[in-house]
Write a new protein. Structure first.
Length: 152
């Protein structure tokens, strides 16, 4: 699966790709690709949310690249995409699919996906990038009048 997240710091919304590499080294978690302070803090939110959700965070060196590296990444909405990349790139996963999805949501330390704002820009960027799906918080959709799903 290819994971993307809206790059909402640009005047024209576009997508950034979330790439992951893991190595058999001392466990650590690194974010590269010009993250702003709130994006750099995603490491702690993602690790806590993954474990609180009942998944095991990889016991390896994990490197997340936010591409394109030349543009400053802003906003906490990238949390969900980073978590999906970590879970999708963890060892012992099935063969990755060619599916392209976008994700936009802040993670709580308890694993809850919270609204991150800028939903219209995020949906536009996903549509423009040809994504098959976009994942956002249920709360974000409910606040805009979409009915509550039975599958929350």
């Amino acid at each position: 699966m290819n994971i993307f997240s809206p790059l909402n710091s640009e005047p024209q919304p576009s997508l950034q790709q979330i790439e992951i590499a893991t190595f058999f080294q001392l466990p650590s978690f690194h974010l590269i690709g010009l993250p702003s302070p709130e994006v750099a803090e995603a490491k702690e939110r993602v690790r806590s949310a993954v474990e609180a959700s009942g998944f095991e965070f990889p016991k390896r060196k994990v490197v997340i690249n936010l591409s394109p590296a030349s543009i400053r990444k802003r906003g906490v909405g990238i949390d969900l995409a980073i978590a999906l990349a970590v879970l999708n790139g963890a060892p012992n996963q099935e063969q990755p699919s060619r599916k392209r999805i976008a994700a936009w949501g802040e993670l709580g330390l308890d694993g809850r996906v919270k609204p991150a704002g800028q939903l219209t820009r995020s949906v536009f960027a996903a549509w423009k990038g040809g994504m098959s799906d976009i994942l956002v918080s249920a709360e974000e959709l409910e606040s805009r009048g979409y009915p509550k799903s039975e599958h929350d």
